[in-house]
Design a binder for this molecule. Structure first.
Ligand code: CMC
Length: 435
């Protein structure tokens, strides 16, 4: 499905008689978009949009967000329905292929993913090259990037079959890499994947299993993990996805592109926020310190942010945060945790923030990361693995967006422009003549 012309706007340069008529384009949902491609040719001007908050960088059929209404759709299906009724692998199929699979398609897809879960045995040695106290996101960037050195039989991005295999390899192997990064950091034996388990179960098994005793699946916890993976699977053109697309636009191989996405996700303003929320709650210490913390957040000079709050697109409740909060209560109940001080603090923080004019006027609501850390902590996942888990889930989204980019005949190398504010042209001065 392509965008359609819906009209035009005319841009007139004040103080001159020059103007340009720009087409307006419309997608299935969302606002109209002015197509500015001819603006420079006609008026000799660029557009300025730091952070790309007002710029559509591509056409996409994968994910839709209505930030004012708090709506998130994967291929048209509401996130709430997918989180409730679907499974992560089914969502992965949907994101990659555009439609929900029938039974035969699902069985084939499941087989395709599970038969790629093992890593090349030599990749194992990479883990030993890292310090044990390395952040697992550093290990993820390194090992995922290194996959290009091991799987070069599917690096031809112009061959659809090679793209398909690369997609399977990435989706299947990323949990193994993530779990091994963790196991290595705690000095436990690396656990090989089990293809008789579901995607989420296998991930929990590789994280928590040890050879000394049988691993027992807790269906509530593996369902919670599956749901967390679904909620994080894609989120249209966010920073890491745009990074993947930008890298992909150069013709770089998929493993390099996904490694770039992992690097972008690591930052605390993006995927690193779930880890930062727990750090923040631990630093605040107890509910009576919340008002002091909130005043620090509101102080322009402090640079303190309320982590897990705010979003570039959502100016209403992040729909993923609502589901996360429910899942959080379910998981704590299942684990018999009646009193979790971090959850109590998070709920108190949410209550105070949502009644404070600073947050109300800026439309700052809890985002997906506000409650996810508490669930993961309760499930025994170490804090340093939170962003890694986000990367495992988002790999599906990145791969789907990368595939869409490569298959889009209108795609060109990504190359933004700038407003140059440096020195004007000047002559070189020899060193002995400089002041
Ligand atoms: N705490 C306090 N003030 C905030 C926050 C926050 N978390 N988020 C935004 N603001 C303020 C910001 O200072 C600005 O105030 P003013 O108008 O007075 O200058 C106003 O709200 C508008 O914010 P912005 O910085 O223009 O918003 P943005 O779209 O550039 O940033 C964000 C979005 C997510 C980076 C930001 O809200 C933030 O840093 N939040 C905390 C980190 C976080 O939770 N990130 C996870 C995002 S969801 C998962 C993901 O997609 O990765």
């Amino acid at each position: 499905m392509s965008s359609k012309a819906t009209g035009s706007i005319t841009v007139t340069m004040e103080g001159s008689n020059k103007s340009a008529k720009l087409p307006l384009l419309g997608g299935t949902l969302g606002p109209q978009v002015a197509d500015i491609r001819k603006l420079y040719g006609e008026l000799g001007i660029f557009t300025y949009d730091p952070g790309y908050g007002a710029t559509a960088s591509c056409e996409s059929t994968i994910t839709y967000i209505d930030g004012d209404e708090g709506v998130l759709l994967y291929r048209g299906y509401p996130i709430e329905q997918l989180a409730e009724q679907s499974s992560f692998l089914e969502v992965a199929y949907l994101l990659l292929n555009g439609e929900l699979p029938n039974k035969a398609q699902y069985a084939e897809f499941d087989k395709g993913v599970t038969r790629h879960t093992m890593l090349h045995e030599q990749l194992r040695r990479f883990f030993e090259g890292f310090r044990r106290d390395a952040h697992p996101m550093a290990v993820m960037c390194g090992v995922v990037g290194a996959m290009a050195a091991f799987y070069h039989d599917n690096l031809d991005i112009n061959d659809p079959e090679q793209r398909r295999i690369a997609a399977f390899r990435l989706i299947a192997k990323v949990p193994t890499i993530a779990a091994w990064a963790y196991k290595y950091s705690v000095g436990q034996p690396l656990v090989y994947p089990r293809n008789d388990l579901s995607y989420a179960e296998n991930f929990l098994y590789m994280l928590n299993g040890v050879p000394a005793e049988p691993w027992v699946n807790n269906p509530i916890l593996s369902r919670a993990m599956d749901r967390i993976l679904i909620l994080h699977a894609d989120h249209e053109q966010n920073a890491s996805t745009s990074t993947v697309r930008l890298a992909g636009s150069t013709g770089a191989n998929p493993f390099a592109c996904i490694a770039a996405g992992i690097a972008a996700l690591w930052g605390p303003a993006h995927g690193g926020a779930n880890e930062a929320v727990l750090k923040m709650l631990a630093e605040i210490g107890s509910p009576e310190n919340i008002p002091q913390f909130i005043s620090e957040v509101k102080d322009k000079n402090s640079h303190t942010k309320l982590m897990g709050f705010g979003h570039r697109v959502y100016k209403n409740f992040d729909p993923r945060a609502k589901i996360m909060k429910e899942t959080c209560h379910e998981v704590l109940a299942e684990l018999g945790i009646k009193d979790e001080p971090l959850l109590d603090m998070a709920m108190e923080m949410e209550r105070i923030a949502l009644s404070d004019d600073y947050f109300i006027s800026r439309k700052l609501y809890p985002n997906v990361d506000f409650y996810s850390g508490i669930i993961l902590k309760a499930m025994g996942i170490p804090t340093s693995m939170f962003t890694v888990l986000f990367a495992v889930a988002r790999t599906v989204g990145w791969v789907s967006q990368w595939k869409e980019l490569i298959e889009d005949p209108s795609q060109r190398i990504g190359r933004p422009r700038q407003i140059y504010t440096g020195a004007p042209a000047r002559d070189f001065v020899a060193m002995d003549k400089r002041g």
